[in-house]
Write a protein that binds this ligand. Structure first.
Ligand SMILES: [Zn+2]
Length: 234
């Protein structure tokens, strides 16, 4: 299968879905990553948006090596993502590029603006995947992928539907997340917890719910013709 993870920022995929991606990779599936922004305000220690974006894209490419995944950067401005004709076309094209069987993205309940806007755009373009009259730089695709939302940041307002045991790949999850070196100081400017601590708390809490040591959790998107197939999860 082809598996696509669509995040708003470099590091979102690693915090939220890296365990599932690693398990898919172990099973021989092909992983793709796409990002709607490059997180170009996510640092107070670098001089320009361009410099931050370049650093964070490089960090993302390092992390993606853990999944052998190509990365597609849409390069919208951080914290300014809007649901427009242009961004819908970008996301539609990114999904066509991966031709996925399963898609993962943010949950619409996540109040981080780029997170919920990414969720909305992904959900809004699903029905357009095969439409040749909505032309993009990638050809239409004819699969009906299952779309799953990963948990909101810190699980706020989010109710999971399904869990995946990621205990066996947790060490590699931490290594992939550690590629996002620039975010250590950035998170320290306004958060009590480091990125790796956030991920460990979340996975341990979902593992507690699921009866395993560490788990990632998801909720499913539903629309006619694109109902989720839970059997596709690892
Ligand atoms: Zn984010």
């Amino acid at each position: 299968m082809n598996i696509l993870a669509i995040g708003a920022h470099p590091d979102d995929v690693e915090i939220s879905v890296s365990g599932v991606l690693l398990r898919y990779k172990q099973a021989g599936h092909k992983i793709f990553v796409a990002l709607t922004t490059s997180g170009n305000i996510g640092s107070n220690t670098h001089g320009s948006k361009e410099e931050i974006a370049a650093i964070r894209e490089a960090e993302m490419l390092e992390a993606a090596k853990y999944y052998d995944a190509p990365v597609r950067f849409m390069r919208n401005n951080d914290e300014r993502l809007m649901n427009t004709d242009e961004t819908r076309s970008q996301v539609l094209s990114a999904i066509r590029w991966a031709n996925p069987d399963v898609i993962f993205t943010h949950h619409p309940c996540d109040r981080s603006p780029d997170h919920h806007t990414t969720a909305e755009i992904v959900s809004d373009v699903i029905l357009s995947l095969p439409a040749k009259l909505l032309a993009t730089d990638e050809a239409p695709c004819y699969k009906t992928p299952s779309l799953f939302f990963w948990g909101s940041a810190a699980g706020i307002s989010y109710i999971p539907e399904v869990y995946v045991d990621v205990t066996d790949v947790f060490d590699d999850m931490k290594k992939a997340l550690e590629c996002h070196v620039s975010q250590v100081s950035w998170m320290g400017t306004f958060m009590m917890h480091s990125l790796d601590r956030m991920m460990e708390i979340e996975c341990a809490f979902r593992g507690l719910q699921a009866g395993v040591k560490y788990a990632e959790s998801f909720a499913a998107f539903r629309i006619h013709g694109f109902m989720p197939d839970f059997k596709l999860l690892p």
